[in-house]
Design a binder for this molecule. Structure first.
Ligand SMILES: CC(C)(COP(=O)(O)OP(=O)(O)OC[C@H]1O[C@@H](n2cnc3c(N)ncnc32)[C@H](O)[C@@H]1OP(=O)(O)O)[C@@H](O)C(=O)NCCC(=O)NCCS
Length: 193
């Protein structure tokens, strides 16, 4: 009988949510539901410029466990959100590195790199063998080992099942015409693990 295991359950969770200090007073940590308002605020200008796919607030809450954040703790106990990234698994061997964004004021300090590396580690831990992204930032992703690809790097059989997804990012991955107006000009890139 598996009883009396609760302290162990809490320990496992707190290990996963532990904050990791980075140079320059920054902290890398998993996102929590309470981070969604700051996430929406960070992403809004990039969504408006059509660099990132528009999503509902509820989409961020539903996917909050996929997100990693870099934050800068302030002396008053608050935090500034410096960047975010999410690892979204779509098939047995495939995940998307999505919603990779660095606050304009924090760019060029290595935050994007740390976040993508965290997403790749997350994908590896989940047994995934390839990570794709759809992006205008090809130089940034090339520096992180991604290569430009054509088409959709899954089998025909997987493709026909992934088609059943209702996720807009997944529709973008499949190159479905309903998301084309939002994705004009971005590049498909793949990183094998
Ligand atoms: C792409 C983005 C996340 C990079 O964030 P960042 O924190 O400034 O990136 P880093 O400081 O970690 O840069 C990592 C490397 O990429 C390079 N790089 C960063 N942005 C670059 C750019 N726009 N063009 C070319 N190279 C770039 C850096 O020189 C650095 O190289 P190095 O490690 O050899 O010095 C940021 O520009 C952004 O938020 N863009 C808008 C959102 C977006 O397009 N996301 C991607 C699709 S989900």
């Amino acid at each position: 009988m598996l009883n009396g295991g609760m302290p162990f359950a809490d320990e496992l969770i707190s290990a996963q949510y532990r904050s990791h200090e980075l140079p320059g007073g920054l902290v890398l940590r998993r996102a929590r539901a309470t981070d969604v308002p700051a996430l929406v605020e960070l992403l809004a200008p990039m969504v408006e410029q059509r660099i990132l796919v528009a999503k509902e607030r509820v989409d961020y809450y539903e996917a909050i466990h996929e997100f990693w954040l870099v934050v800068e703790p302030q002396s008053d106990g608050t935090e500034v959100l410096a960047g975010c990234a999410a690892c979204h698994v779509i098939w047995a061997d495939t995940a998307e590195a999505r919603t990779i964004a660095t606050n304009q004021a924090y760019r060029g300090r290595g935050i994007g790199r740390i976040l993508v590396e965290q997403v790749l580690a997350d994908a590896r831990a989940q047994g995934v063998q390839q990570v794709f992204c759809l992006t205008f930032e090809t130089d940034f992703f090339t520096a992180l080992g991604f290569e430009v690809i054509d088409g959709t790097p899954v089998s025909q059989e997987a493709y026909s099942e992934i088609l059943r997804s209702r996720d807009e990012g997944t529709a973008e991955f499949l190159d479905l015409s309903r998301v084309k107006p939002n994705t004009l000009g971005n590049t498909r890139m793949l990183r094998r693990l």
